[in-house]
Design a binder for this molecule. Structure first.
Ligand code: PGA
Length: 248
């Protein structure tokens, strides 16, 4: 049985007090849940949020990680540094990184590898743009994004990783993939990995992301291959995010 995972992605929002307040509200409001909950916070607030979450089951994540181990890479944050401040997860290949900051499939694969070397669990984000979907390229785009990582780290590395399917057209747009559209791609991803290793594919958590809200979470999370969500906008509101956490 795969454990569900609900992950907030705060993106570049708020100041320190906002981060502390939001984390405190989540820690106080979560209660008993079987699923795992995590929040991916801006780098600079990782230590503050780690402190707030220290006695809560909510895990800490970063929104990116460097593709190199250490050295002269101005502006980057290494996996060792993330591990040092208590991050359990790091997003890699979020579509905003790919489209605004030029993260390529290969650099995403290298980030994935660096995270794992330091015991930080990579959350590999994949997904197609609207254009690509309309041209019938959804599966081939996802294939390329997955293959670059598999070719670099090997299929065994997915025993300790998470995938997030995030159709770019659904991120921050209010347009969620339908339960069926999301399930179709999740199933495809799991099948594709199963061709390489059936056990790893069966145990892999695949999250859905893209305009997950309290009113659509339950339908999405009920799909057989959807193991939780990566939640952007709706994770900035504690009560809404907690509702999503309880939708599993
Ligand atoms: P959204 O963002 O929930 O605001 O669509 C999801 C994400 O980018 O991870």
């Amino acid at each position: 049985m795969r454990r569900s995972l609900i992950m907030g992605n705060w993106k570049m929002n708020g100041l320190r007090q906002d981060a502390v307040n939001l984390a405190s509200a989540l820690a106080e409001g979560l209660g008993e849940v079987a699923q795992e909950v995590a929040v991916c916070v801006p780098f600079v607030y990782l230590p503050d949020v780690a402190q707030v979450l220290a006695s809560s089951p909510i895990a800490l994540g970063a929104q990116n990680v460097a593709d190199q181990a250490s050295g002269a890479y101005t502006g980057e944050v290494s996996a060792a540094q993330l591990a040092d401040v208590g991050a359990k997860y790091a997003l890699v290949g979020h579509s905003e990184r790919r489209s605004y900051y030029g993260d390529t499939n290969q650099s995403v694969a290298n980030r994935f590898a660096q995270a794992q070397k330091q015991g930080v669990i990579p959350v590999l984000c994949v997904g197609e743009t609207l254009d690509e979907r309309e041209q019938g390229k959804t599966f081939s785009v996802v294939d390329e994004q997955l293959d670059a990582v598999i070719d670099t780290v090997g299929i065994a590395a997915f025993a300790n990783a998470v995938i997030a399917y995030e159709p770019v057209w659904a991120i921050g747009t209010g347009k969620t993939a339908s339960d069926e559209q999301a399930q179709e791609v999740h199933h495809y991803i799991r099948q594709r990995l199963a061709e390489r290793d059936a056990d790893i594919a069966a145990n892999l958590q695949i999250l859905y992301g893209g305009s997950v809200k309290p009113d659509n979470a339950q339908g999405l999370f009920a799909q057989p291959d959807i193991d939780g969500g990566l939640v952007g906008g709706a994770s900035l509101d504690a009560s809404g995010f907690l509702k999503i956490c309880h939708s599993v």
